[in-house]
Design a protein around this ligand. Structure first.
Ligand code: 9MR
Length: 366
């Protein structure tokens, strides 16, 4: 018989090598470790929502208590034609959430990107207004009482804090954000309503975000929280800006969330997550295809540790931290801003084994 001490030694060795099959059974659970602090979420892709791999399903259910659909609720997919909505995948996600005790954050009602193709043929204010109103009423109405929260408006700001010249701003004017929150509230009164963006921890964009929140509130319309997406780069986490933003957003009565967390380890010449921005591949652009060097692995772990220490310091204001993908293999950063690279931005490797960053994040709770 194996003694308890020996068992601990063996499992610690396995933890370090991360090689044992089935090891995930003894991996600590993020959602449990942070139970008293904030919710722990992940983005889910189609295969995960459809439970194509039972081990993946069990892993998700063990690690996370909140989830955001990575793509399936975006307007291009859920509202493919003027009069046609497709709720099939979204409904599966709701079932997934119920079955595994995972709260769903709807993503997203109003976004300038991933719009249905028919929008390009519309050039009248009335038609854009009808699309906007029907879309919010129908989608938020369909998921009334089923999603915990909505990212009502996503990425409406430019880097300098001004409003992005989206189709909505162009045709509906600068009250469209307030209108979106009002419509969402009417269609789904019990649901938390958020504004979500990347780089909105940066001072200029943060100021724009604060102005946006104030404008909605001053119109007497409900807004419950703000999502800082958190697409950051290894060795360059803007911790001071993040802290300042948490404090300032919370001072407006907002719940603060990190909604799409990942830490890019590959070369990049700009910050943020504008999906229309791309880079051209060259010989240096995919340096870690054969594995992540230990120095970068340790830097990634140190970044995650510092970030979670900061988030725990402000756990009275931070309500959720959502990773943008379950494991490194799922991450959009393998294909953006250059397709087909090998990135390592999350806490679990391609086999769902915990990385050193995971250990640091769990240790931060102790
Ligand atoms: O991760 C998503 C990726 O699969 C899509 O191709 C991409 C295209 O729109 O959107 C990604 O998710 C984005 C999120 O919806 C909003 N913030 C930035 C995210 C990363 O681009």
């Amino acid at each position: 018989m194996i003694s308890k001490r020996k068992f601990m030694a063996v499992s610690t060795a396995i933890f370090i090598t991360g090689a044992a099959p089935g090891f995930s059974q003894s991996t600590p659970s993020l959602k449990d470790a942070f139970k008293k602090d904030f919710g722990i979420g992940t983005a889910l892709n189609n295969a995960q929502i459809e439970e194509r791999d039972p081990q993946m399903t069990a892993f998700i259910a063990r690690q996370f208590n909140m989830a955001t659909p990575e793509n399936i609720m975006k307007s291009a997919l859920i509202h493919p034609k003027w009069d046609t909505y497709d709720f099939s995948m979204g409904d599966k996600l709701i079932e997934f959430g119920k079955k595994h005790n995972i709260k769903i954050n709807g993503h997203t009602l109003i976004w300038h990107s991933q719009l249905p193709p028919f929008i390009r043929g519309i050039h009248s204010q009335d038609s854009i207004r009808s699309f906007f109103t029907d879309h919010i009423k129908t989608v938020a109405g369909h998921y009334k009482g089923k999603v915990f929260s909505w990212d009502v408006v996503n990425e409406a700001l430019n880097e300098d804090g001004t409003l992005r010249k989206s189709v909505f701003l162009q045709y509906l004017g600068d009250n469209y954000i307030t209108d979106a929150f009002r419509l969402a509230q009417e269609a789904s009164p019990g649901t938390e309503l958020y504004y979500n963006d990347y780089n909105n921890e940066q001072p200029a964009k943060r100021a724009g975000c604060i102005a946006l929140i104030k404008k909605v509130k001053e119109a007497g319309v409900r807004i419950d929280g703000v999502g800082i997406q958190g697409h950051w780069h290894v060795g360059k986490l803007p911790l001071k800006d993040i802290e300042e933003s948490i404090i300032q957003y919370a001072a407006l009565g907002m719940k603060v969330m990190i909604t799409e967390l990942d830490i890019d380890v590959l070369p990049r010449n700009f910050q943020g997550a504008d999906v229309s921005q791309r880079m051209t591949a060259n010989e240096q652009s995919n340096p870690y295809a054969a594995g992540l060097p230990d120095t970068v692995q340790q830097q990634l772990a140190a970044d995650y540790e510092a970030l979670f220490n900061l988030l725990l310091k402000h756990k009275d204001k931070v309500t959720r931290v959502t990773f943008w993908g379950v494991n490194d293999g799922n991450s959009w950063l393998n294909n953006w801003p250059i397709r087909g690279r090998t990135n390592y931005p999350l806490l679990f490797d391609r086999a769902n084994q915990p990385k050193p960053a995971f250990e640091k994040v769990i240790a931060a709770t102790k």
